[in-house]
Write a protein that binds this ligand. Sequence first.
Ligand SMILES: [Zn+2]
Length: 424
Amino acid sequence: MSRRLEGEGHGVRFSLHIDYPAEKMERNQARMEARSRFQVADRVPVGFCLVPRYFTPLFGMKYQDFFKDAETQYYWQLQFLKYRIEHVPEDMICTGTTVSVYPYFDNVLDSEAFGAEVIWPENETLHTRPTIHSVEEMDRFEIPAPINGLWGRTIDWCQQMKGFARETRITFNSREGSVDVAPLSLGGLSPHMIAVDLAGIDFYMWQAECPERCHRFLEKITQGLIQRGRHFQEIDPRPRGAFGIAEDTAQIMSAEMFRDFCAPYANRLFAAFGKGLRDGRGVHMCGQSAHLHQALVKDMLMSSFNLFGYLVEPKTAAKNLGGRTLLWGNINPMLMQTGSKSEVKKACRECLEALAPCGGFMLGDGANVCPGTPVENLAAFTEAAEDYGVGACRRHAPTVTVERKSTFSSRTRTEIKSNPRRSS
Ligand SMILES: [Zn+2]
């Protein structure tokens, strides 16, 4: 790939050739499509959470440089995609001749826009520092404008990246392709995660000491996220394929606390942005979540559990969630980084035996691929899925998914009616 390539013809500033055959794209697409219907094509699909921090060391660059400006980030995202598609066997990322890019700011995007302080280290991932240090400060919190901070930068970078995409020539073997800038994202961190980012771990204590004031704070954050989402929809009205949120701060809470401080706000967002989508109630959660599974399916009507933590035994996930929600996970990232290929393959095999028969399963990490993870350990996933094949997978969608669909719409309606305090 070259930037501002001479002699490439008029208007071509970025040029990229990806060595990947059409037949593979078609098979990937078939596996992903079957999985979304709780069915299986020739085998379970594989997908990884591979983010820029994995690639920057491979390209010998400082992590900080990735965030320099929209053009730099666009250029490197295409480089990382080329590397990923050519070297990492997986089904999720290349299902056609269009590749997708989007402004990336690790997990600090929403929290920064709400007022958390961002640390931009030279060679570490971005993280935030709390800016609310007392309950009184929490009470005084004001909802930010939907263009505040990194939200505004995301809008601006999307616009710039669309321009770069028009000036990009991309080919897959001999086929012409294109670059798509994904629609402005409506999902992200849950209100509870943002509250903990803004107030730090004191927020857990405040939940016990002054629950009503915490609820008012969560309510404001939820309103801020809905305003931002509406604004993003106005600027970029393209339909979104799915909607989901991350609930990483929930795993250390009891199911009762989770139902009180997380579910109502997540449900407001699902109702606002996930309505009518097949996968409109996606949840990500690291760590041990087994004690929350009932609440996730019954109170939040979760449609997909994405990159769920490796601490959940695959058999437990199958028992609690199998057939009721799409599942994606959950191999131990540290095993992937330091284990042998045969150990990784064995873990994949166990995961497949427990979860593939449920339908709707994608084999992946649980969660995030650590920098330095050998590509051969990533290849172990596809090998394990090929060995397992169709295995004991159901060929047809389980009836429970149809049930969930109807419960989903009726429950969402009653929820909104019966909970006016949190729906205003
Ligand atoms: Zn996580």
